[in-house]
Design a protein around this ligand. Structure first.
Ligand SMILES: C[S@@+](CC[C@H](N)C(=O)[O-])C[C@H]1O[C@@H](n2cnc3c(N)ncnc32)[C@H](O)[C@@H]1O
Length: 255
């Protein structure tokens, strides 16, 4: 039977990565498939698994029949460069969270961690960022990529609700939520590829309630271009700069 997700190595120098890839597959509870030098992935995607995590010279990448995705801190770096020398207020998440050095934050929807990297750069080594990601391949490439960057971000694979339930009330300063919107508002190739590997669960009242329980200060929710998610959940919109293409909600923590 074809698997949903499996592990293999790059065909460029497979011998070099086999041992590590096999060990990581066992750690993640995934099946490892050998791959010969220069052998294509397409037949393996047809016969063995819908999605492959592949270890090679560029670290871990995730592949399906339509293409591949690798971890890149590119978007976060653009935001960090923009922030350098300007007020932190320029970044909507940082402003709405009122984030400062030493703070702690949960990112319920980590994705490829652009928001988390920006937040981690502000909270610094005395702070804490915990990222939750429901998609296993995305959680894995984010965790491995962040480790290579030595970013101070802890990654947990799972549904936000399940992980939030394990956290003590008021144990983090802020919680951020950036669900998948089924509106084509982020027409970057990388984001469109991420969509295929992402979990598309709609945001629920329960997630917001659990987030308010864990946050001491603020829960910040990104609501998409039209804010349809905010309307559906009855979350009040907060006014942000007119330049922001997205709608936002901010709720007090401590509920
Ligand atoms: C819009 S992306 C987040 C992008 C991220 N904020 C960034 O800066 O890169 C949403 C992510 O949340 C994940 N996701 C969706 N529902 C989730 C849930 N209930 N729990 C945890 N992660 C979830 C998706 O798999 C996807 O990777």
């Amino acid at each position: 039977m074809k698997l949903p997700l499996a592990v293999t190595v790059s065909p460029k120098n497979p011998g070099r990565y086999q041992q590590e890839a096999r060990a990581r597959a066992a750690e993640w509870g995934l099946t490892y498939f050998e791959r010969a030098m220069k052998s294509p992935l397409e037949p393996m995607l047809e016969e063995l698994a819908d999605v492959f995590l592949v270890l090679g010279g560029d670290g871990w990448t995730v592949h399906d029949a339509k293409g591949s995705l690798f971890f890149s801190p590119g978007m976060a770096q653009v935001r960090l460069r923009r922030l350098a020398g300007t007020a932190q207020d320029e970044d909507t998440i940082l402003r709405l969270c009122e984030l400062k050095a030493g703070d702690s934050l949960v990112d319920c929807t980590l994705g490829l961690a652009a928001d988390a990297i920006v937040c981690a750069s502000v909270v610094g080594p005395t702070g804490r960022v915990l990222g939750i990601e429901a998609s296993m391949p995305l959680a894995i490439i984010a965790r491995e990529g962040l480790r290579a960057l030595a970013a101070n971000i802890e990654v947990r694979h799972g549904l936000a609700d399940d992980v939030l339930r394990t956290l003590e009330p008021g144990s983090f300063d802020c919680v951020i939520i950036d669900p998948m919107f089924d509106e084509p508002n982020r027409a970057s190739v990388q984001f469109e590829t991420l969509r295929r590997f992402a979990v598309h669960e709609p945001l629920t009242h329960e997630t917001v309630r659990l987030a308010q329980r864990v946050a001491r200060r603020w829960v910040v929710v990104k609501g998409g271009r039209r804010g349809a998610e905010l309307t559906r959940l009855g979350l009040p919109r907060i006014a942000v700069r007119r330049a922001s293409p997205l709608q936002w909600a901010r709720l007090p923590g401590g509920a």
